[in-house]
Design a protein around this ligand. Structure first.
Ligand code: F6R
Length: 369
C-alpha cells in the first residue's frame, strides 16, 4: 500500500505532480478560462463580495496565507487570513458580502467547522476547499472546491498542501475572471503557467538527493530557522512546521524583514538558516532585499541554506548550500519551493530515528478542540 516507499509520507511527496495535475483537471477549458462549476455561488454574488476571509488550521492556514497574496493581487478584494481557533472566539465583522473560505484536508477539523458555522450565522457565504468527499466541512458549506490529492495517510500534510494552493489560486483567478479586474492578461498567462506547473514539481523531485544528504548532516542540530518574504514567508512557516512535527526540532519561520526587529539575535555560529528567495525577475526589489538579509545573517555566522531559482546567480556567493528550483511566476513559487522543505524534514526525521508517518502526540484529523 506504500507503493514501494518506506513511508506514506515519501509516497505522498512523490505523488505531488499528479495531485497538482488532478486538481487542475477539468477546471481550465480549451480557451484557457476557468470553469469552476462546483463554485455554485452565482457570479452576481461573487461580484458583490467586498471582503474575503480565509479560516484554517496548521498547514491549511499556511495555504490560506499564500492565498491572500494571490487574491488581493488578482482581484483587489481585501483578504484576511485567520487561524480558525482564533477567529471563532472573537467577534469577527462579517456580513452577506463577505466570502469565507474554509480550507481543510480532512474536512473534519473542529475549529474550522465552528468558524464556518459562525460565518454562516452572520449571513456570509462559505466556500470550502477540502480533500475529503462528503466530510462535514463541505457538507455545511455553500459550495466546495475539492482538492484531488487522493487519500493522505501520513499525519504531516504534503500533497494536500500543494493541492490546497492550487485550489486557492483557482479561486483567486476565478474571482478575478468573474469580476473582470485589470489583470485580465496576467490572469490568462498565470492560468497557462499553472497548467504547466505539475511538470516543474516533478523536476524538483528529481533533484532532491543533495537535500537529503544535507538533512542527514544536520541531524544533531537543535534549531533550524526559516526566512522568506512575500509568498516565501508562509513557505518558511510551513518548512518550520514540518520540521517541528517530524524531526521534533526547534524550528521557526520568520518574515525576513523582521530579522532586525528581534530574530537576528538568535543567529550564532553554524546555525542552519533556510532562506526562500523570491524570483529575481518580476518584483526584483524583494529579491534584492533578501540577498542583503542572507549577507547579514551569514556575516553573523549562520550556515545559509538557500532555495533559489535556477539562473539566480546573485545568491551564489552567500549560499553555504544552494537548492535550485525552477523559475515560476512569483505567486506560484510556493508550489515548487515547499517541496525541498518537505523532503528536508522527512529525511531529518528519519535520520533522528523518528516515526515519520505517525509523529508523537499528533493526530491526522483534529476533531476536538
Ligand atoms: C501539518 C498538519 C496539520 C493540519 C491541520 C489542519 O502537517 O497536517 O497542521 O494541516 O491539523 O488539518 P485539516 O486540513 O484536515 O483541517
Amino acid at each position: 500500500e506504500k507503493g514501494g516507499y518506506d513511508y506514506f509520507m515519501l509516497k505522498e511527496i512523490a505523488e505531488q505532480p499528479k495531485a497538482v495535475a488532478d486538481t487542475l483537471l477539468g477546471r481550465i477549458d480549451a480557451s484557457g478560462s476557468l470553469t469552476l462549476d462546483e463554485v455554485r455561488i452565482p457570479a452576481g454574488e461573487l461580484r458583490e463580495v467586498d471582503k474575503v476571509v480565509v479560516v484554517a488550521c496548521g498547514t491549511a492556514f499556511h495555504a490560506g496565507l499564500i492565498a491572500k497574496y494571490a487574491i488581493e493581487h488578482w482581484t483587489r478584494i481585501p483578504c484576511e487570513v485567520e487561524l480558525a481557533s482564533e477567529f471563532r472566539y472573537r467577534d469577527p465583522i462579517l456580513d452577506g458580502r463577505s466570502l469565507v473560505i474554509a480550507i481543510s484536508q480532512s474536512g473534519e477539523t473542529m475549529d474550522t467547522l465552528m468558524a464556518l458555522r459562525h460565518a454562516r450565522e452572520q449571513g456570509s457565504k462559505v466556500l470550502a476547499i477540502c480533500n475529503t468527499n462528503g466530510s462535514t466541512i463541505p457538507r455545511e458549506s455553500d459550495a466546495v472546491l475539492y482538492t484531488h490529492a487522493g487519500p493522505e495517510v501520513a499525519v504531516a500534510s504534503t500533497k494536500a498542501f500543494l493541492t490546497q494552493l492550487v485550489a486557492c489560486y483557482l479561486v483567486a483567478l476565478y474571482l478575478g475572471q468573474v469580476r473582470g479586474t485589470k489583470w485580465g492578461d496576467e490572469i490568462g498567462a498565470v492560468i497557462r503557467d499553472l497548467s504547466q506547473i505539475s511538470g516543474e514539481v516533478e523536476r524538483v523531485l528529481e533533484t532532491m538527493e543533495p537535500v537529503r544528504a544535507l538533512a542527514r548532516s544536520l541531524a544533531s542540530k537543535n534549531t533550524v530557522l526559516f526566512l522568506g518574504r512575500h509568498v516565501g514567508y508562509p513557505v518558511a512557516l510551513e518548512g518550520a512546521l514540518k520540521l517541528k512535527e517530524l524531526a521534533y526540532m526547534h524550528a521557526e519561520g520568520f518574515a525576513a524583514g523582521e530579522l532586525k526587529h528581534g530574530p537576528i539575535a538568535l543567529i550564532e555560529d553554524d546555525l542552519p538558516v533556510v532562506v526562500v528567495v523570491p524570483s529575481p525577475r518580476g518584483r526584483s526589489v524583494l529579491h534584492d532585499k533578501i540577498v542583503s538579509n542572507i549577507q547579514e545573517i551569514r556575516a553573523r555566522g549562520a550556515r545559509t541554506i538557500v532555495i533559489a531559482e535556477e539562473g539566480d546567480e546573485a545568491v551564489v556567493p552567500y549560499a553555504d548550500h544552494l537548492i535550485r528550483i525552477p523559475a515560476t511566476p512569483t505567486l506560484l513559487q510556493p508550489l515548487v519551493a515547499t517541496v525541498p522543505l518537505q523532503v528536508f524534514a522527512c529525511e531529518l526525521a528519519t535520520a533522528r530515528g523518528n516515526e515519520v508517518d505517525q509523529p508523537r502526540n499528533l493526530a491526522k484529523s483534529v476533531t476536538v478542540e
